[in-house]
Design a protein. Structure first.
Length: 134
């Protein structure tokens, strides 16, 4: 009985996650030796003078942080196009590629805005979000 209840909970969680991104339109904005990086262009929203969007990092090899092994990260980011800055508002780390497997942990701790480094992945993401929203 416990296995059945656990299985139903897992199915419900995956269904909620899938429903939340049902209207997603993931576009690849960068490829490196480490992995591929995506932007959900349907998630871009303007709030005040700032933009917000979901992005995803999908790694070719398993990553390790503080003994946690993961293969993808889903991030909600905020962008200041005028000043070329961004910050992470929320992120979830997943055990498998493309938000697969289990969600290992989530952080809702908003980071401070940081200026993006020219020609970096962050700069490519900022440019993609700001250009797509125009």
């Amino acid at each position: 009985m416990k296995k059945l209840v656990s299985g139903l909970i897992v199915i419900a969680l995956f269904s909620l996650q899938s429903a939340a991104f049902a209207d997603s339109d993931w576009r690849k904005y960068s490829v490196t030796e480490e992995g591929e990086y995506y932007l959900d262009v349907n998630s871009i929203r303007k709030t005040g003078g700032l933009l917000r969007a979901w992005s995803m990092q999908d790694f070719k090899k398993t990553q390790v942080w503080d003994s946690t092994r993961y293969k993808s990260i889903l991030e909600l980011k905020q962008f200041d196009c005028e000043n070329e800055r961004s910050r992470t508002i929320q992120f979830t780390v997943f055990s498998q590629n493309l938000r697969g497997g289990i969600a290992l942990f989530t952080s809702n701790e908003e980071e401070e805005f940081e200026y993006v480094t020219p020609d970096s992945r962050g700069a490519h993401l900022l440019k993609s979000v700001c250009n797509f929203h125009r």
